[in-house]
Design a protein around this ligand. Structure first.
Ligand code: PBG
Ligand code: ZN
Length: 320
């Protein structure tokens, strides 16, 4: 094997490389701020004000990033997440601004209610046989409304992340009936109930006031269930599937890729913060670790990678 690893031969035989076309940058837009606000648990990441979001998207565009995933932090929260489908809501405004200033950028919107509900859960809460919990079918109606309002604002792809049963089919029908048959659905199809979302809850102000998300997200020990979740979303009409988090779940990612639809992997906030934190302490080499983490996610089967490192990595890919 050493013959194939000599310095001049090795690059010819590289099996898997990163490309800027694979990367999607998450961006947070906060209705209540006027200047970018650093996210403490995610060094290097910011919440942007509505009037700063197009600038942030444009900076990514100049680095060669062609897709963003938008999350909104609204000024008003209530039990029904009304601000999530307001045509003048924070994400709806952000979508219009980015479309206007950076028309080529593919805009993906996170469709969920947890940033918009006062209880912090991903939809409508009510009594179930197992106690107070996320109501499935009542929340589906809400997701349809949110997805429609994003499509209306100009989103290219909607990304439902609430892990409700039937969410993809329901949103597909709602979009088609309203004439948005060209809008894609990137489903958070296999989403685990993970401790790695911790820093995101500061970033998006989406922590919950009771319980946890384990009654709707998948138990980290379950791989057959994880596959089935993505298969069902494929059957319901998803255009792109997703595995989230990425790095701890590469076995699941490579299985989900066998379904045949494009697969995105979400390298989540905790994966970002672990690398940043260790690098800041001098315990890991930052650039090498980031590139290795992303290369391995790609090798496992991801067509797309949602990563907070997108902008940084795009610059490095230019140098390479
Ligand atoms: C909202 C949502 C979450 C993330 C993306 N969309 C948080 C959660 O499910 O609790 C996590 C992203 C990250 O940690 O980077 N449903
Ligand atoms: Zn949510």
């Amino acid at each position: 094997m050493r013959r194939t690893r000599s310095r001049n031969i090795q690059p010819l035989l590289r099996e898997c490389s990163l490309s800027k076309n694979d990367l999607i940058a998450p961006l947070f837009v906060d209705e209540q701020i006027t200047t970018p606000k650093p996210i403490e648990a995610m060094p290097g990441q910011f919440r942007y004000p509505v009037n700063g979001i197009a600038g942030a998207a444009s900076a990514l565009w100049k680095k060669g990033i062609r897709a963003i995933l938008l999350f909104g932090i609204p000024k008003d929260k209530d039990p029904e997440a009304k601000s999530a489908y307001d045509p003048e809501g924070v994400v709806q405004q952000a979508v219009r601004r980015v479309k206007e200033d950076v028309p080529g950028m593919v805009i993906i919107t996170d469709v969920c209610a947890c940033e918009y509900t006062d209880h912090g859960h991903c939809g409508i809460i009510g009594k179930t046989r197992g106690g107070t919990d996320l109501l499935n079918d009542a929340s589906l109606v809400l997701m349809d409304r949110i997805a429609l309002s994003h499509a209306e604002a100009g989103a290219d792809i909607v990304a439902p992340s609430c892990m409700l049963d039937g969410m993809v089919g329901s949103i597909r029908t709602a979009l088609d009936e309203a004439g948005y048959d060209e809008v894609l659905i990137m489903s958070y199809s296999t989403k685990f109930s993970s401790a790695l979302y911790g820093p995101f809850r500061e970033a998006a102000d989406s922590g919950f006031s009771f319980g946890d998300r384990s009654t709707y997200q998948i138990n980290p020990g379950n791989s057959r269930e994880a596959f089935l979740e993505s298969q069902m979303d494929a059957d319901e009409g998803a255009d792109i599937l997703m595995v989230k988090p990425a790095g701890f779940y590469l076995d699941v990612l490579s299985e989900v890729a066998t379904i045949g639809l494009p697969v995105a992997a979400y390298q989540v906030s905790g994966e970002y913060s672990m690398i940043k934190g260790a690098a800041a302490n001098g315990w890991l080499k930052e650039k090498e670790t980031i590139l290795e983490s992303l290369t391995c996610i790609k090798r496992a089967g991801a067509d797309l990678i949602i990563t907070y490192f997108a902008g940084e990595v795009a610059g490095w890919l230019d140098e390479a």
